[in-house]
Design a protein around this ligand. Structure first.
Ligand SMILES: O=C(O)C(=O)C[C@]1(C(=O)O)C=C[C@@H](O)C=C1
Length: 288
């Protein structure tokens, strides 16, 4: 897998976790650059827009269908038995192989941010990153004397575009849900700092504890550099193929805030079902 082997190394070292997040940046940026070659193709995201799918008994959108089919196949190869993978769809088939034994690193939880990821991707990211491809298509259609804005938005490459959408969504999902590992690592570093705000739930205090402004600042700077570099090296014309501020905004407005939401949500449930003695023991662990 492109983003590291979950079974290798200390899974709770913050350094290791951040290196996984950094590698996922590359996967996400490359995926977006590839997706931006194609037009927006809005009908891919509208439930019922393809009568062919409805005829096959599938009521969702073209993208929903791609997610369902891709995840069904990956589930059989036991992708979703791994604690760092979260599917977008439900009722997936059982793996054909016996389960792998994963070390129990995370506190049991049911956090799933995928509905929010899918919504912001479809409503904000896709229209923004494809606007350049749409403009190019519009110019070429205009040169051929074809007018009408619907034409500009749709290049008919539904299979290629949806394949890339699924890849980007899976990478973003993995990245955001890695917030659980970040939280576990930070919690175990100093349980006594978190426990009072979990027992008397205080989201703001927990968010302040997990927030590292200097890490976020470095990340956004690195991201702008990477997007500019990769975009140029992939584009023969040298004009750059992706809206760089769009990539930075994706992280600043959606990916980082959602990762933090996952971190806080995870912490709020970190003591569920533990006895007072267990909690006391945890609280004493981080103390001198
Ligand atoms: O690296 C961390 O400590 C994280 O919690 C991850 C992350 C991020 O999403 O990149 C989120 C919150 C922090 O403010 C910094 C970075």
């Amino acid at each position: 897998m492109q983003s590291g082997n979950y079974l290798v190394g200390d899974p709770l070292s913050l350094e290791r976790i951040r290196s996984v997040l950094t590698r996922l940046e590359d996967t996400i940026i490359f995926g977006l650059i590839e997706r931006a070659q194609y037009a927006h193709n809005p009908r891919m995201y509208q439930p019922g827009a393809f009568k062919e799918l409805q005829e096959h008994g599938f009521p969702g959108s073209w993208l929903d269908w791609f997610l369902k089919e891709t995840e069904a196949f990956h589930a059989k190869a036991r992708r979703y038995t791994s604690p760092d993978e979260t599917p977008f769809t439900e009722n997936l088939p059982e793996p054909v192989l016996p389960p792998l034994k994963f070390p129990e690193i995370l506190f049991p939880n049911t956090i799933n941010a995928n509905p929010s990821i899918l919504a912001f991707y479809v409503c904000h990211i896709i229209p923004r990153i494809t606007s350049q491809a749409t403009r190019t298509l519009a110019a070429s259609k205009r040169a051929q004397g074809i007018l009408g804005s619907a034409e500009f938005e749709d290049d008919g490459n539904y299979g290629s575009a949806a394949t890339l959408d699924v890849e980007v969504l899976q990478a973003v999902s993995k990245r955001v849900h890695y917030g659980k590992f970040v939280s576990e690592s930070k919690f175990l570093e100093k349980p006594s700092a978190f426990i009072p705000h979990i027992l008397k739930p205080n989201r703001k205090a927990l968010e302040d504890l997990i927030t590292k402004p200097e890490v976020e600042k470095r990340l956004l700077e690195r991201l702008a550099k990477k997007a500019a570099t990769y975009s140029q090296s992939l584009d023969a014309s040298g004009t750059g193929k992706i809206d760089i501020s769009g990539v930075v905004d994706l992280y600043e407005s959606y990916i980082i805030p959602l990762t933090k939401e996952v971190e806080v949500e995870y912490l709020l449930h970190r003591l569920d079902g533990l006895s007072e003695d267990d909690i006391q023991r945890l609280a004493n662990e981080g103390s001198p």
